[in-house]
Design a protein around this ligand. Structure first.
Ligand SMILES: C[S@@+](CC[C@H](N)C(=O)[O-])C[C@H]1O[C@@H](n2cnc3c(N)ncnc32)[C@H](O)[C@@H]1O
Length: 274
């Protein structure tokens, strides 16, 4: 089946099975999505220079590992990922956390995660290529399977135990990325971090999927107006934030689920116009 027929069937299935609200919001938001493209493509920065010299970059052991890797098992990452990795993962360093990476290739990134997180971490690598089993050792489990195969994840789930970090650096198709996120995000422990890499291009459909998740994070089910407050959905109770970087989406889970979202006013002096 050619890719355009597949895309049309996919669209038809999505519209038929999605909540009506999700289909409506896609059409409703279209003018704004188009406006964003127009604005970003013509974007010219007009900000004045910084008031002080920019701070030197903070120490980043993960970036240092990558730069120092000039021989041995290969690691293949976009350089700008390292700042985001460190921002979201530094709090796990030295703790007995479990990181799972999809996409092992030549094994170097499994070594990198362990060097960064410390001796108490547990690493699981997943790859569709059986040759990657060679990277299994006493600290590292390697599972061979297709990340797009939900049955593979369901079979694997029992043996995974808790997960704290997932890094999807596998096949990079939106279908693979969606299936992986939907199977693994619910398994992440509170405070966990899900990273999906290589979300390339201005028509990337996984980016559209992630933007749909942002819509759900913005859900506002009001239960009272003074002060304004909203009940949290199951998704909002679990998900703290969604971050977009060039080619990368990062989702962080709450350490503790919020009971509600509320906007109280603090202070005694107010303008009369609101
Ligand atoms: C970009 S490489 C991974 C690079 C590695 N993480 C690193 O940092 O050096 C992508 C890997 O994903 C694997 N892969 C491709 N499709 C896959 C799939 N459907 N399921 C699991 N792994 C897949 C490939 O075999 C390859 O080893």
């Amino acid at each position: 089946m050619n890719k355009y027929v597949r895309a049309v069937l996919h669209l038809a299935r999505a519209l038929a099975t999605s909540p009506v609200e999700a289909a409506i919001r896609t059409v409703w938001s279209l003018p704004f999505a188009c406006a964003a493209g127009r604005f970003a493509q013509r974007y010219t920065d007009r900000a004045p220079g910084p008031v002080a010299a920019p701070k030197p970059p903070a120490a980043n052991a993960l970036a240092d590992f990558f730069q120092a890797r000039t021989s041995g098992r290969g690691v293949w990452k976009w350089e700008h990922y390292f700042e985001a990795y460190h921002r979201h993962l530094a709090r796990f360093v030295g703790r007995p956390v479990h990181l799972l990476e999809i996409g092992i290739y030549s094994g170097g990134s499994l070594e990198m995660w362990r060097a960064y997180l410390g001796a108490d971490c547990r690493i699981t690598g997943v790859d569709v290529e059986p040759a990657c089993k060679a990277y299994e050792d006493e600290h590292t489990t390697v599972l061979i399977g297709d990340q797009a195969d939900r049955e593979f994840w369901r079979r694997a789930a029992a043996g995974l135990g808790g997960l704290d970090v997932v890094v999807d650096d596998g096949g990079h198709t939106p279908e693979q990325q969606q299936a992986t996120l939907e199977e693994l995000l619910p398994l992440l422990r509170p405070g966990g971090v899900f990273i999906c890499e290589d979300v390339h291009g201005t028509t990337n459909r996984f980016a559209a999927y992630a933007a749909g998740l942002v819509d759900e994070l913005n859900r506002a089910d009001y239960t009272a107006t003074r002060p304004p407050q909203c009940a949290v959905s199951g998704f909002q109770a679990a998900i703290h934030s969604i971050h977009f970087y060039p080619f990368m989406v990062v989702i962080e889970k709450h350490d503790r689920p919020p009971e509600r979202l509320v906007a109280p006013k603090h202070g005694t002096e107010w303008q009369p116009f609101l």
